[in-house]
Design a protein around this ligand. Sequence first.
Ligand code: GLY
Length: 258
Amino acid sequence: MLKAITRDVSASLSDCELSFVDRRPIDVATARLQHAAYRQALTALGCTVIELPALDAMPDAVFVEDVAVVVDEIAVMTRPGVESRRSEGAAVAAVLAGCRQLRHIQAHGTLDGGDVLRVGRRVFVGQGARTNPEGIAQLAGHLRPLGYAVQAVPTRHCLHLKSAVTQVGEDTLLIQPRWIDREAFAGYRLIEVDPDEEHAANALLIGEGGVIHPACFPRTGERLQRGGIHVVPVDLSELQKAEGATTCCSIVLRASGE
Ligand code: GLY
């Protein structure tokens, strides 16, 4: 059984951190409706969805992915790369403590969960805007003894590694080649985003059921479908203005003991 931890959209979402996109007005009511549709898509793909209440003093708290890296054995609570996000993790840690042993990234390491792409026993970690070498070394220190191979991958022109590459099938990755070097992912089948859909590489794979992908990138969605991948399009336009997308709005984990 898969669980998906989510958090409702903060009233203050418009005050979110932005690094690589310009600030535009955000309709929070619409963002909440889109987030509800996203949760429904998670449910339709087989997840039991946990809905944490909004943290209105923390604009980016809806992007729960960034505060924890969860594998079957443990959960590593991160230390996000921007100060404004470092208090978001406490309530998520309280949930995860019920199903995983917790580890913590310590100062002066920084790590955002959006920079961590796990494909089986391989863990790729983006080194860029938010995650530093010390954070990657600490994560590796927690995961390598459990049998995970951890590899740093430099990112460019994007917020997180998973802005540039995500898993969309057992051995298939969706990639934006302008933002990441494909050589790091040799051996995988790579599907490139449509050249006119710059931000389309962030998709959320749920088990073997399919991927949640932003509805505003239909050409890339068609590429995925042609590649044999079931696509569930969800309109996330307001959350995308906050530099979020499909993976950042949930932490998907196997229920412990399975
Ligand atoms: N607004 C998402 C982030 O910058 O962390």
